[in-house]
Design a protein around this ligand. Structure first.
Ligand code: HEC
Ligand code: HEC
Length: 363
């Protein structure tokens, strides 16, 4: 039945005070009809995604989280592409793996609700751009990359503070050549991604081929990890003296001071504010997962005796800053954001730990 007819019928049933399940599932929003899945997806988005991608899906609320509401993006982003991106994430970037199978908080049904919500923001139908791209010339592709792309996406396509990565195996294994070529030609108006309409078609083909080879190796099979220890293990070195932190702007603790406090065995709490899936793949030694989206429930587990609490994320300040703000509002003044974030921490070789991997066939 066409939507307009269904709404009219619902209005009639409501007049007659005859409730109908079908009607309850439909809600008009700004003149558009919304399914229960879209509504749930919107709530999930506000809780888990808005911190980085922005309340209005405009992107760049934190870091280089792209504009999910961009119409050029949505006209190419199929439900399958979005589902994979949300479930598996882009480990190694601030984009966590959100699916349960990868250790994240969301069930498959919740991921589908998010996909339904994102798709509902598209104002034009999905396009299926021609997937056949003639094999371009790699040498020409490399030269064009250095000239036009490297300054934003990095020499190996690893991304930068202003642009997403285009070399992540989870991206390359789910994106089509047509998506790549159309994005290069049209850009993403409203974001920093320019249009390269003026490049000769053969150069664009060479760039597509080059992007395909920027490859980092193919994605490993989804990993499963031991669950994290209980929150009774939050306080490190419970009987030791506290660390001596000097905060920048009254808020940020330099990583070197935290590394020293760990080496000296000081009493403190370190919170990993990313999704649990990220904690499993590598965290500051002694830190427990304390995801930013669960802070309302979890704050009550923290000691109220003036123990220093350090929060960190990959962003490097968005999720951790959100947690520190909330804790300070709740009367925890001795809180700090780890200034450089976890990526820097691991690159420095500071003490890190990993969850034990479960064998693939474990129940
Ligand atoms: C901590 C910040 C952060 C949070 C929270 C976050 N993202 Fe992301 N997201 C990013 C960043 C950064 C990227 C780009 C990663 C890269 O460089 O490859 C990204 C990439 C993506 C992409 C891939 C886009 C593309 O074209 O490749 C999708 C889809 C996405 N995020 C959806 C979501 C959804 C849905 C949620 C909530 C469940 C979410 N993100 C939560 C930071 C975040
Ligand atoms: C001025 C900076 C800038 C330059 C130069 C640039 N890009 Fe981008 N590019 C971006 C940004 C920012 C995005 C993400 C936009 C968004 O929010 O959707 C992006 C997105 C992309 C995407 C989609 C990635 C995804 O995850 O959806 C591809 C592919 C891409 N760029 C390729 C290129 C190529 C190839 C070149 C050179 C011909 C290039 N870009 C030049 C900034 C840039």
């Amino acid at each position: 039945m066409p939507t307009a007819l269904r709404l009219a019928l619902c209005a009639l049933l409501a007049l007659l005070a005859l409730p109908s399940a079908g009607c309850r599932r439909l809600r008009a929003r700004g003149g558009r009809v919304e399914s229960a899945s879209v509504r749930q997806g919107r709530a999930l988005y506000a809780r888990y995604c808005a911190l980085c991608h922005g309340r209005r899906l405009q992107g760049y609320a934190a870091d280089h989280a792209n504009a999910l509401g961009n119409q050029h993006f949505l006209s190419l982003a199929t439900p399958g592409f979005l589902r994979a991106a949300i479930r598996e994430g882009r480990p190694g970037t601030p984009m966590s793996a959100w699916g349960r199978a990868a250790g994240g908080p969301l069930t498959d049904a919740q991921v589908d609700d998010l996909v339904a919500f994102l798709r509902s923001r598209a104002r034009r139908p999905l396009r299926a751009p021609a997937e056949f791209v003639p094999p371009g010339d790699l040498t020409a592709g490399r030269a064009a990359w250095a000239q036009h792309c490297q300054r934003c996406h990095g020499d190996r396509g690893q991304g930068s503070p202003v642009a997403t990565s285009v070399a992540h195996p989870n991206f390359l294994s789910t994106v089509g050549d047509g998506f790549l070529r159309t994005t290069i030609i049209e850009g993403r108006p409203g974001t920093a991604m320019p249009s390269f309409r003026t490049l000769p078609p053969a150069t664009v083909d060479s760039l597509v081929r080059l992007v395909r080879t920027l490859g980092i190796p193919p994605p490993p099979p989804p990993e499963r990890f031991e669950p994290p220890p209980g929150l009774d293990r939050l306080v490190m070195n419970p009987t030791a003296p506290p660390p001596n932190f000097t905060l920048r702007e009254g808020r940020f603790v330099p990583g070197a001071q935290v590394a020293r406090a760990i080496a000296e065995g000081r009493r403190m709490v370190i919170l990993d504010t990313r999704a649990t899936s990220d904690w499993s793949r590598g965290h500051v030694a002694g830190a427990l997962p304390f995801p930013f989206y669960d802070i309302e429930d979890m704050a009550r587990h923290l000691p109220r005796d003036g123990t220093w609490i350090v929060a960190y994320c990959a962003c490097p300040h968005a999720a951790s800053g959100h947690v520190v703000d909330l804790l300070r509002q709740r009367g925890y003044p001795r809180t700090a954001v780890l200034d450089e974030g976890i990526t820097w921490w691991m690159q420095q070789g500071h003490p890190s730990a990993y969850a034990a991997r479960l064998p693939a066939d474990a129940p």
